[in-house]
Design a binder for this molecule. Structure first.
Ligand code: ZN
Length: 193
C-alpha cells in the first residue's frame, strides 16, 4: 500500500514537534515517511471502534480470541462487528512481542490504568508510557498497511470499499495461522485510564 500526503496530513497531530502537523518526516533513505503521530492516530481510531464494538450488549461474554478460527470472510452484516473484534485482537497479538502484548492486554484490553500496569510489570511510569507509545505506533502502522484487508480506514473495512466482493473474498490470513496461546479476553472491558 502507499501512504499519500493528504492522508498523513489529515491524521497528523497539529502540535507534533517532529512533523509540525504535516504528518511526514524524513526517512533513512531520504524519502518521506509517515510520522509516528500519524500511526498513533490510526491506532486510536481503530481502538475506539474496537471498544464500541465490544461494548455492544450482545457481545458481552461471547467474544474470545478463539472465536471462529476458520470462518470465511463472508460479509454477513451482523457478524462484521464480531469479525472486527477478532481481527483487532489477532493482528495485535501477531504484531507485538510478548512483553508488548502484556502491556497491550493489561492496558487496552483489560482496562488497567498506568499504576496497575506499572505494579504488575514492575516498571516505572516513564517506561510504561514510552512503551505504550511504541505499541500504538507499531499497531497503527500495521492496521493501516495490512494486506489484503487493512483495518484502517474503518469505513473501507466495514463497507467493503468495493475492492473485493464478499463471495470472492479469501479467508483473512491471520485466522489461518496457528494462533499463539493467549488469555481469553473477558468482556465487558473496564474503563481505561
Ligand atoms: Zn508528527
Amino acid at each position: 500500500m502507499q501512504w499519500t500526503r493528504s492522508e498523513t496530513l489529515a491524521l497528523a497531530q497539529q502540535s507534533c514537534t517532529f512533523c509540525y502537523g504535516l504528518g511526514l518526516r524524513p526517512g533513512r533513505s531520504g524519502a518521506s515517511t509517515p510520522c509516528n503521530c500519524v500511526f498513533r492516530a490510526v491506532f486510536r481510531a481503530c481502538y475506539a471502534r474496537f471498544r464500541h464494538c465490544a461494548s455492544k450488549e450482545k457481545y458481552i461474554s461471547r467474544v474470545s480470541l478463539e472465536a471462529n478460527p476458520g470462518r470465511q470472510r463472508k460479509s454477513v452484516w451482523g457478524l462484521k462487528n464480531e469479525e472486527y473484534i477478532a481481527d483487532f485482537c489477532l493482528v495485535s497479538r501477531r504484531t507485538l512481542d510478548d512483553y508488548e502484548y502484556r502491556i497491550f492486554n493489561y492496558h487496552f484490553l483489560l482496562g488497567a490504568d498506568w499504576k496497575l500496569c506499572c505494579h504488575k510489570l514492575n516498571i516505572d511510569r516513564g517506561t510504561f508510557f514510552h512503551d505504550v507509545y511504541r505499541i500504538q505506533q507499531k499497531l497503527g502502522r500495521t492496521f493501516r498497511e495490512l494486506e489484503p484487508h487493512a483495518l484502517f480506514p474503518l469505513d473501507e473495512y466495514f463497507n467493503g470499499g468495493g475492492r473485493v466482493k464478499p463471495d470472492e473474498a479469501t479467508p483473512f490470513p491471520v485466522k489461518t495461522e496457528t494462533a499463539p496461546l493467549a488469555p481469553v479476553i473477558k468482556f465487558p472491558i473496564r474503563r481505561a485510564a
